[in-house]
Structure formats: structure tokens, C-alpha cells
Design a protein around this ligand. Structure first.
Ligand code: KG4
Ligand code: ZN
Length: 384
């Protein structure tokens, strides 16, 4: 069976064609994959501008379709999958309208897909070649825990089985990726802010490590926090300003997150530093590192608590922020005896491969209850 999948929930237009064999134990082959990012278009606004996203999706969809049909050398498919939510409704509708027209023209079923379910299953995908979802004797032990961290979402989800989800914690305000983007903007860094903050923080971490090796100061520890006496003596003029940010909701009893207070704390910190005329590349890098530390410590702390409570053996971490190198490193360092799955780099951010995977699994499960094409609609706040 060949599936065409379409993703337009935010600022990436994606269309792929997957070939699937094996019924309930499917093996997927990527016949063609095309993705068009709108980052440069939204960058001047410091975030995604829904009406611009809509315009770009409308422009891109026919171009990408032509590309994937040409690459896969096929004229039509057996099934179409399209993201129907969550996301920006004007953007979602562009993909849905396009998919409906195609499904009617080709006379094939159209499967609505939850974008977040796509992120969960993205850990098994590849953007080239073949891949499988663990089934049968390779089946994972459920419940699996999934930490979904993207620009619009931060949630801990219990996966009781594929397609059976329970959200056990979520952000009460900003998503982790959104906080990265907003803090980056405060620091004058371009959109999307996640990779920019991460680069700056990594540079600062390496610098701290070099200093530690040179002067025997433990890395990541501020000099004021009781640094090695001889190091202070050696470089008294280099003592950094104390930079510290809160770890939001670290001690709350639930699995919820909150990043808006942290974002405000960064704003106040920047103002304080600016008043002293000290906001420069050096202090910006220190803020980036402290901010990244705060977000990642919080994410890991809550995830570990959920792992203990639900006796988890497999952890999935997916969504745009899962591309973060420091998050990956710290997760591996701090979470032991758990099988940890991350998506491959190209499938961390939005893509249509993950939509095709879910579309197929949903179709196989609900073959007899395929929705009527005309009833499919965008649902900006769709939950798992
Ligand atoms: O999953 P995604 O592509 O879109 C949504 O569904 O929201 O995630 C995009 C988010 C953006 O906020 C971006 O800043 C963040 O993922 N992101 C990162 C990194 N790469 C992307 N955040 C932190 N570190 C990164 N390396
Ligand atoms: Zn996403």
C-alpha cells in the first residue's frame, strides 16, 4: 500500500510518499520525502505568523506534490493522511483542503492525523530507506512514557499502547520550545531560538570546562559559589556576575510544567544587567547557558518522577526541542536503566513522514470506520 502524507500545522510544509507492507506488523519504505521550511519568512517576526504560513503552504503544496510524485515515479496512492491538529488553524486548513481534493480526485480514503501522535511515532521513522515499528516479539513493554517538547507543546504522555494515550502532565503556560524562542528574541538572536540558544550555551559550557581544567574550578559552578581559592587568586578580575534562574515547578507534586515565570525571570535579569551596562556577548552566553540548564533540569526531573511512578522501561523524547544536544546528553547521563528513544535529527522538527506512519496505523486499526472526507476538519487544540 502506498500512502501520501501531508503536514502543514505550523511553518513547515511537508509531503511524503511511503510504501507499507506487512499489515499489522508494518515495514515502511520512504519512496519520496519533501519538506519546505518557512523559517526565513517568519524570522523577521520572531515567530510564526499564521496568515503568512497559510499563504506559503498554499504556494508550496502543489510544488511538493509534483516533486514527490516525480521522485517516487507513481501517479496515485492508496491512502492519504493529513494533519488535522493541533496547530495553527489557518495553516492546518491548507493541508486539509488540499488533501480532500486529492482524495476525492483519486477516490481514496483520507485519514486525519494528530500531529502529537506523529511526534511520538517519529522515533521509529527515517527520512530515507526502510524502517519498522516494534511489534510482535520486539514489542515494547507498555506503558511507554513520552516526553513531547515542541514549539507549541510540552507534555508527558503515557502510551498504554500505540494509539492509546493519556496525558499525565503538561505546561500550564508556555511550551519549552516557545520559551527558547522568546528568550532568544530577548537576547537578540534569530528565530527559531532553540538552536541559537543551544549553540551559545554549548560554547559557554566548553569555555567553563576549559577554565576548570586550567584553574581547577569545577565546570558549571559559578566562581562566587565557592570556587577554588587559587583560581580566584589567579584571575580575580574575571569573576563573573552571579547569574541564576529559577527551576519552575520542580517541587510540585504533579507532572505539569510552567515556563512563563522562567521567561519573565530572564527578562528581569537582562534588565538588571543592562542597567549596569553589562549586557554583551559574554553575559548573553551566560544567560543562554543558565536558561538552558533550567529548562533541561526541569524536564528531566519531572520525567524521572513519572518514570518511577509508572515503572517505565521505555522513554520516548520527541518534538523540536528533542534536537537539543544538551538535553540528549543530560537525559542519557541522568536516566539509567531505561530504553531511551529519540527521533533521528531530521525527524525532530515537523515533517510528513511521522504523519504517514500514524495515518497507516490509524487506517489499519479503524479500517471499517474511515471518516467521511467532508467531515474532516482542522482542530487547533486537538489533544492526544
Ligand atoms: O516540533 P516543532 O518543529 O514544531 C512544533 O510542533 O511546535 O518544534 C519547533 C520548536 C521551536 O520552538 C524551536 O526553537 C525548537 O523546537 N527547537 C529547539 C532546538 N531545535 C528546535 N529547541 C532547543 N534546542 C534545539 N536544538
Ligand atoms: Zn511539531
Amino acid at each position: 500500500m502506498k500512502i501520501l502524507s501531508i503536514e502543514t500545522s505550523c511553518d513547515e510544509t511537508g509531503i511524503s510518499i511511503l510504501e507499507v507492507k506487512g499489515g499489522k506488523k508494518p515495514s515502511f519504505k520512504v519512496l519520496a520525502d519533501s519538506l519546505s521550511s518557512q523559517i526565513v519568512i517568519h524570522a523577521p517576526y520572531g515567530g510564526v505568523y499564521p496568515m503568512l504560513a497559510k499563504r506559503e503552504h498554499i504556494k508550496n503544496l502543489p510544488i511538493l506534490l509534483e516533486k514527490v510524485l516525480k521522485k517516487s515515479k507513481i501517479k496515485k496512492v492508496d491512502l492519504i493522511a493529513v494533519t488535522t491538529g493541533p496547530g495553527l488553524e489557518p495553516a492546518l486548513w491548507t493541508g486539509i483542503v488540499f488533501a480532500k481534493e486529492l482524495a476525492e480526485k483519486w477516490g481514496v480514503p483520507l485519514i486525519p492525523v494528530n500531529h502529537m501522535e506523529g511526534h511520538v511515532l517519529s522515533v521509529f521513522g527515517k527520512n530515507k530507506g526502510t524502517f519498522k515499528i516494534p511489534q510482535g516479539k520486539n514489542k515494547l513493554k507498555f506503558p511507554v512514557l513520552s516526553l513531547l517538547v515542541s514549539g507549541g507543546h510540552t507534555e508527558l504522555v503515557l502510551v498504554k499502547d500505540w494509539m492509546k494515550y493519556k496525558v499525565i502532565g503538561q505546561t500550564l503556560d508556555d511550551a519549552a520550545g516557545e520559551a527558547f524562542d522568546k528568550v532568544a528574541r530577548m537576547l537578540g538572536l534569530p528565530y527559531p531560538g532553540g538552536p541559537e540558544i543551544s549553540k551559545l550555551a554549548e560554547k559557554e559550557r566548553r569555555k567553563k570546562l576549559r577554565e576548570a581544567e586550567l584553574f581547577g574550578v569545577s565546570a558549571g559552578r559559578r566562581l562566587e559559589d565557592g570556587a577554588n581559592f587559587s583560581a580566584e587568586k589567579l584571575r580575580p578580575q574575571k569573576v563573573a556576575a552571579p547569574l541564576s534562574l529559577p527551576r519552575p515547578m520542580l517541587h510540585s507534586k504533579n507532572f505539569d510544567f510552567s515556563f512563563s515565570g522562567l521567561k519573565t525571570a530572564v527578562l528581569y535579569l537582562i534588565r538588571k544587567i543592562e542597567l549596569k551596562n553589562h549586557l554583551n556577548d559574554k553575559t548573553k552566553a551566560q544567560i543562554a547557558m543558565e536558561f538552558e540548564n533550567a529548562v533541561i533540569e526541569t524536564l528531566i526531573h519531572k520525567t524521572k518522577k513519572a518514570i518511577e511512578k509508572h515503572k517505565i522501561e521505555t522513554l520516548i523524547i520527541a518534538g523540536g526541542v528533542s534536537a537539543n544536544k544538551y538535553l540528549r546528553k543530560e537525559v542519557k547521563k541522568n536516566i539509567k536503566n531505561v530504553n531511551i528513544l529519540f527521533p533521528e535529527k531530521k525527524l525532530t522538527t515537523d515533517n510528513s513522514i511521522m504523519i504517514g506512519i500514524v495515518g497507516y496505523l490509524q487506517y489499519i486499526k479503524n479500517k471499517k470506520r474511515v471518516p467521511r472526507i467532508r467531515n474532516i476538519k482542522a482542530s487547533g487544540n486537538l489533544s492526544l
